[in-house]
Ligand binder design. Sequence first.
Ligand code: NAD
Length: 252
Amino acid sequence: MAISFDLTGKTAIVTGANTGLGQAISVALAQAGAKVALVGRSSMAETEAAIKATGGESLAISADLSTLEPIERIFDETTSWSGGADILVNNAGIIRRADALDFTEADWDAVMDVNLKNVFFLSQAFGRRLVAADKGGKIVNIASLLSFQGGIRIPSYTASKSGLAGLTRLLACEWAGKGINVNAIAPGYFSTNNTEALRDDPDRNAAILARIPAGHWGKPEELGGAAVFLASSASDYVHGTVLPVDGGWLAR
Ligand code: NAD
């Protein structure tokens, strides 16, 4: 069997695709041949243009993932456009920073709703459609180093990303036998909106940089290869793993 990273003929759904890691993942999947449905609450114009520039095809789907309301519509719109999704990348996520002693219920719920609850129910809707159609598929969850480590001042984020690692393993156990691969990527420290506060703090920035063996903040495009791998047939026997793409941070 020839090993293939080619995604021609496949359709991917990527949440939070307007910027940062979601944008880079969308472009990488399109470059590998997939049609990409770009899901989120902001304009997808920049990502659409980047995909078009590489000769790829995309569809923007407007959806606020803080509630479960848009989930069925996301799959319906994707199906009308391309016949259905083969790949789901759960990338949308938020972070709230405050000391654990001061952390509010609102900041707890907001993060858990987007980062964990919505990911489960999107995956469930996707899994139900795949099983009904008797076909396999790929789920790639965007986890974090906080799936392995504690962090500071981000209690709901750490809980959500640690929970996401567990959810990845549970879904892999339930669905591997159905031909559905469920895996996650744990990005290290990448230059995006999510980490702007850290890069703006000279002390934190220097401490983080000093601990990264690769010696630089991740560039979003450096995540694309791992996403294509986990979305392609090259990873057909990979189930329930959380793959760090972190410049060596966890090896330290
Ligand atoms: P980002 O803030 O630039 O992107 C977050 C994306 O999620 C945006 O597209 C945003 O619109 C979307 N989003 C947030 N809430 C939403 C909602 N209610 N409905 C729809 N879309 C919503 O940050 P990023 O770094 O690109 O983050 C992408 C993912 O990567 C997140 O899950 C984040 O936790 C994870 N991550 C990032 C890093 C990093 O270093 N940047 C490290 C580890 C994990």
